[in-house]
Design a binder for this molecule. Structure first.
Ligand code: ZN
Length: 323
């Protein structure tokens, strides 16, 4: 706990240097929501973003794309990850490796990773909940490795991965508690966080899961994409099971967290994003920049001032699709 004093001193220093709260928040990402995360940053310098990146040693992001599963244009894990890979290629201080078709054939794939990202189908068939893999991941987590999941990969069984996901990324999609309707989410108010750099308010139609099973009181969770589902959306039908559920209908008007990050006490970072059903949404510049920024941040690399810029054409969106 000796670092607590250092944190306090730095915090006062930041206060004295600049009275604008948003700039202080930039100095201490996550501060706006939760002071202990600033302490986490100071406490574990190995996993701190900017200082390590400055030393010239690149930070390693490992992305895993799951098998083809749904109709063309949806759950395009491979095509999506290929877009992310191409767009992240020029980010200073970041080194990306990718694996396609599901779980890597060698567990060494994750050696030396600063962050692991999974875009794949989940639930009971989630590759990460198969024999021994939760323990494997737990070892990386304890070393401060970042962990991020997208769309169906946010879902794990309550009794097989639920507890781990709550710890690793702050929450998970829990069947019969969370829901998966297809709806247009409007992100009107974006918080001040490095991941929102260069991102303007936007909206996309997606299978945006919500009512995620978060940690109690969402401790340590920083909501980044928040929207209010329409009453019709809550009334269903959802994609599967079709519902409607009383607890979802009764919460009409409530805003829902659709993407978030956590700063873990082990110094690692977590990221959840419940969209990602429709491949064409990577053509939305703000949505794309958001995810690219998040992957950069997850690995502990400074997000560029204007966000990770990348041009994607209509033609690009037709490439590499599953049959
Ligand atoms: Zn889907």
């Amino acid at each position: 706990m000796k670092y607590k004093i250092v944190t306090g001193v730095l915090f006062l220093f930041a206060l004295s240097m600049n009275s604008q709260p948003e700039l202080i928040a930039e100095s201490f990402p996550g501060y706006t929501y939760n002071f202990f995360s600033a302490e986490t940053y100071i406490a574990d310098s190995h996993n701190m973003a900017s200082d390590d990146a400055d030393l010239g040693e690149p930070r390693r992001l490992v992305m895993v794309a799951g098998e083809a599963s749904h109709s063309t244009g949806t759950h395009e894990h491979r095509a999506g990850v290929l877009i992310f890979e191409r767009c992240l290629a020029d980010v200073d201080g970041l080194e990306v490796s990718t694996h396609f078709g599901g779980w890597p054939s060698s567990d060494n794939a994750f050696e030396g990773a600063d962050a692991i990202f999974m875009y794949m189908d989940g639930g009971g068939n989630h590759p990460v909940v198969q024999e021994g893999r939760l323990d494997l991941m737990q070892n990386y987590i304890e070393q401060g490795t970042g962990f991020g999941v997208m769309h169906y990969a946010v879902e794990v069984p309550e009794n097989n991965g639920g507890e781990q996901f709550v710890d690793w990324i702050g929450g998970y999609y829990e069947t019969h508690y969370s829901v998966n309707p297809i709806w247009e989410a409007e992100f009107e108010h974006l918080p001040n966080h490095p991941i929102l750099r260069g991102v303007e308010p936007f909206s996309t139609e997606d299978e945006w899961y919500f009512n995620i099973r978060f940690r109690p009181d969402r401790v340590g969770v920083t909501p980044l994409l928040v929207a209010i589902p329409s009453d019709d959306t809550r009334d269903g039908p959802y994609v599967s099971p079709q519902g409607p559920y009383d607890h979802i209908v009764e919460a009409k008007g409530r805003s829902e967290v659709l993407s978030w990050v956590v700063d873990r006490k082990d110094g690692g970072r977590g990221f959840g994003y419940t969209g990602g059903h429709f491949h064409n949404n990577w053509g939305n510049e703000d949505n794309r920049t958001y995810v690219l920024n998040a992957l950069t941040w997850l690995a502990g690399v400074d997000v560029p001032a204007g966000g990770v810029q990348c041009r994607i054409t209509e033609e690009d969106l037709q490439q590499n699709l599953d049959e």
